[in-house]
Write a protein that binds this ligand. Sequence first.
Ligand SMILES: [Zn+2]
Length: 103
Amino acid sequence: MKLTCPNCKTIIATKDIKKVNTNSLFIENQCPSCQAWFCLNKTQTILKISGIFLLLITSLLNIFNIKAEYSLAFSVIGFIGIFVALIITFFGKYDAVKNKKSN
Ligand SMILES: [Zn+2]
């Protein structure tokens, strides 16, 4: 897989990325050319986190019986949220995982 550094526009092969920061919320990769940190899967990560939060919030609303008349709707929304998060987790391209395998 080839990608372009958003900072210096150099085309980098993912195997050339030696440094990956998994400590931050978003998985960051360091450009081997200009040493800038960039994130590849920001959208995926945001979607995943919002999915989990959606489930969390709707579950809490149901547990505390807030707006009980909408509890079915909350369950459905929560289910969709965690479903999206799971799909991203299993099918999303996580380059950090790939890097670990190739090293
Ligand atoms: Zn760069």
